[in-house]
Design a protein around this ligand. Sequence first.
Ligand code: GRF
Length: 187
Amino acid sequence: MKNIVILVSGSGTNLQRIIDTIDSGEIQNAKVTLVVADRECYGLERAKKHHIENILIPRGKNFSSELGNVIPKDTDLIVLAGFLSILKPEFCENWTGKIINIHPALLPKFGGKGMWGMNVHNAVVEAGEKESGATVHFVTPGIDEGEAILQKSFEVTAEDTPETVAEKVHQIEYEIFPKAINKVLGN
Ligand code: GRF
């Protein structure tokens, strides 16, 4: 059984998807042992509803070291599922190859500092991109720079707005996140 720790900052629909796909067997041989939030958010409530151990570590300069103290040593995978703090390089290096993130665009496009949430979708539409999508990638000290694990795109049409792009990206995320987790876990 592989142990997964999930980090959240927001509504946690990707967290929910991971919980549900573990329950349904789409993600095999894994359990969520801990959910960590860096702020009050609905993701934390989802963990509580599912009786998953959870903790709030307020965001700020000590976040990464406090996180390092609470993550169980036998953790196989740390999953950033809508998580907004930047993890310190030292933390990333301690867990090399064991931290993954989902990003709401086709990296390396529309990644890096400030590229989160609606900023991403606004930029995609403003640039007149013909496609967008989602990327699951390894987390390294460089923001959104780690190797891609899985990526899927869709066509952006003239009718699309940042809001419709956001909705389509979310659907793609729900599809590729469980697949990427299986891949990293060697399932
Ligand atoms: C997702 O779009 C993810 O790509 C980004 O933050 C969003 C989180 O959504 N990193 P949710 O909290 O899982 O609903």
